[in-house]
Design a protein around this ligand. Structure first.
Ligand code: CTP
Length: 451
């Protein structure tokens, strides 16, 4: 059950910190990867060297490390995990979590995360029973934090009672139970409308207020006959995450999606389509916009002549399907007339070898501005999975120079947030222009869902 799960283990100060070492081993034995953050006082109980050796990864402990922040910022660190486990969770760290403090790396990753958190408290019995700790635990439970333990027993300080950290195998069982029955995602308290208002007031916000952006997502289904179709394995997770991240950054987003089993992202106008040609029409109906992100895995071909009736087995020979090429939505938008061409056109390149070379060629042949190249080779788990490794290939419009940025492997949500930041950066540098105005009405053939 834990195979392939990414766990961020936060170790705070306490005698029980030695048990965190065994916890790392038990988790890795079960196929999970463990990355560790240590609080300053945890260093008094276990060494970063043992933690790094057992986890097979470096230990993160400083908010102000230039190297760490350049390689993996604290926000990415907290989001690039499936679960955050705090073991041992000291009274002090629980208090800081309950108060929303971010005064060291441990507290900061816990405040910045959008992932479930499981805490294994460990402290003196009087501290555990103190009304302040009781209040903090109640608050954290209300915030969705799950707990394992503490157990009753003899304490290192000579007292007896509740406060001993749960045993590593009990924590593993708590983690498995959490994955089997995950808590609902943390509510997004800042609704897109609020984000837009914050950004418009110049108080920070997401930086995309007033920008209209189209995102394509998911596969397309190309009908063969009334019951059969050609499709691919795209889940739509990356495209949907991008639409949600852009909306959270204040943009007015239209998501044009092929058939997926994901819910429509909140605060995003979602248009459901089936085929590449429907996706093409839906995108063009929404132009002009400021940016288009083509994340859909559009079928390259469709059946040239769709059968009106279900094809039947007749005679000895199976039917021959003649294919016709679908319109290339990305290329059509990138090369459309200057009046309708968005200021920024972004595509994806799914490659299995020479990822950056092929992506650079694709950027030129399609005429787009940026390509997010991802390796979808066997074993990467990108298609349908939750993480992605991106190489961002950009063409500078003025100089025509190509620049490549290699992003570390991160969750699709983290890729979406990083892309939203890059797009906000692009618009903050480009000369201000009035927001794109929507033209025309929609085809009645397309099912439109408004949140
Ligand atoms: N795309 C599109 N319309 C199509 C085909 C692709 O908009 N009919 C977009 C995709 O959304 C993606 C990019 O173009 O942004 C991918 O280009 P594509 O040529 O399909 O790349 P691959 O699938 O990687 O194809 P190949 O390597 O076979 O050329």
């Amino acid at each position: 059950m834990l195979h392939g799960k990414r766990i961020l283990l936060v170790i705070s100060g306490g005698i029980a910190a030695y048990k965190a070492l065994e916890l790392i081993r038990r988790l890795r034995e079960r196929g999970a990867s463990v990355r560790c953050v240590m609080s300053k006082s945890a260093h008094q109980f276990v060494t970063p060297l043992s933690v790094a050796a057992l986890s097979g990864d470096k230990v993160y402990d400083s908010l102000f490390s230039l190297t760490d922040e350049a390689e993996m910022g604290h926000i990415e660190l907290s989001r690039d995990a499936d679960l955050l486990v705090v073991a041992p969770a000291s009274a002090d760290l629980l208090a800081r979590m309950a108060g929303g403090l971010a005064d060291d790396m441990a507290a900061t990753v816990l405040l910045a995360t959008d992932k479930p958190v499981l805490a294994a408290p460990a402290m003196n019995v009087r501290m555990w029973l103190h009304p302040a700790t009781r209040r903090n635990i109640a608050q954290l439970k209300k915030d969705g934090v799950r707990f394992v333990g503490p157990d009753d027993g003899d304490m290192a300080c000579g007292e007896y009672g509740p406060g001993r950290m749960a045993e590593p195998l009990a924590i593993v069982a708590g983690i498995e139970a959490l994955f089997a029955d995950p808590p609902p995602p943390a509510p997004l308290l800042l609704r897109p409308a609020d984000a837009r208002a914050v950004a418009a007031n110049g108080n920070g916000g997401g930086g995309l207020a007033g920008r209209r952006i189209i995102v394509t997502s998911g596969p397309t289904h190309e009908p063969i006959d009334p019951v059969r179709y050609i499709a691919n394995r795209s889940s739509g997770k990356q495209g949907h995450a991008i639409a949600a991240a852009l909306a959270a950054a204040g943009a007015e987003v239209t998501l044009v999606t092929g058939p997926v089993s994901l819910p429509d992202p909140a605060g995003v106008k979602t248009v459901h389509v089936e085929s590449a040609r429907d996706m093409f029409s839906a995108c063009f109906l929404d132009l002009p916009v400021d940016a288009v992100i083509c994340a859909a895995a559009v079928a390259d071909w469709r059946v040239a002549v769709e059968a009106d009736q279900k094809l039947k087995k007749a005679g000895d020979e199976p039917p021959v399907l003649r294919l016709a090429e679908n319109p290339d939505i990305l290329r059509a938008i990138a090369t459309t007339d200057a009046r309708r061409r968005p200021a920024l056109v972004v595509g994806f390149a799914a490659e299995t070898e020479a990822v950056v070379d092929y992506a650079t060629k694709k950027l030129k042949t399609k005429g787009c501005d940026w390509i997010l190249a991802n390796d979808v080779g066997a074993g990467t788990g990108t298609f349908g999975g939750d993480s992605n490794t991106i190489h961002l290939v950009r063409r500078d419009g003025a100089t025509d120079r190509i620049a490549v940025e290699h992003w570390p492997t991160m969750s699709k949500a983290a890729v979406a947030a990083k892309l939203a930041d890059a797009i906000a950066g692009f618009f903050s540098r480009s000369p201000a222009k009035p927001p794109a105005v929507k033209s025309g009405a929609r085809s009645s053939k397309l099912k439109e869902v408004r949140p």
